[in-house]
Design a binder for this molecule. Sequence first.
Ligand code: ATP
Length: 238
Amino acid sequence: MTAPLLEVDGIDVFYGDVQVLHGLGFVVREGEIVTLLGSNGAGKTTTLRAIAGLRPPRRGDIRFRGASLAAVPAAARSGLGIALVPEGRELWGQLTVKENLELGAYGRRARAVAARNLERVLALFPRLAERSRQLAGSLSGGEQQMCAIARALMSEPALLMLDEPSLGLAPVIVDQVMGVIAELHRGGVTVLLVEQNLRKALEIADRGTVIETGQVRLEGTAAELSANPRIRETYLGL
Ligand code: ATP
């Protein structure tokens, strides 16, 4: 087994007085694709936000390469190699594709290699290369998702977190997005994926963690979860 890249260790996360995550913990090892499963409101987005530093835990700890992130502000986490592609993409619609990508290169290290990374990322997404001077707001849904992923790659992440990347996309485009995630993974990026399309997520994932009401209910390999009668009934509708 490879070393843990990310350790989420018994975290409690609140919105005001409302506790949303209750001692939640799981591990993502170097080189894995791990998917977080669970119904709406289970706490998946909140988990990603906690890891990104946008909603820090009140109790428990999150470690990256063995070191606690407790004192690391959100803006500094991308410099460590943690990137989040948020739900809804959050592109700057009035800026061009190229400008959006350039804004993904935050941190001194990423800025220093921004030109090289821009070339690399545009080579990965030829469609974006063709449209690099177009406003991001004028792209199709699938192209916007690719742009959001490409922007996250500008910081050369070791851990790429994606929140519902297939949301609102046509099935053929969903396959393309999943294909890109699998390809990035083959290139050495570790992936933490939140996806409502469980079937697709389990096709590319190594392991899955099921979250219910802010706690881990079940963990297993993608094969184990796909064969689990409860998962099949509750989440796959079989
Ligand atoms: P979804 O698939 O709907 O995004 P999720 O599993 O990602 O679901 P979260 O978005 O993490 O769930 O939400 C977990 C709980 O926290 C829900 O009950 C939600 O209503 C609540 N919540 C989320 N964001 C906020 C907020 N900004 N303020 C208050 N409560 C929130």
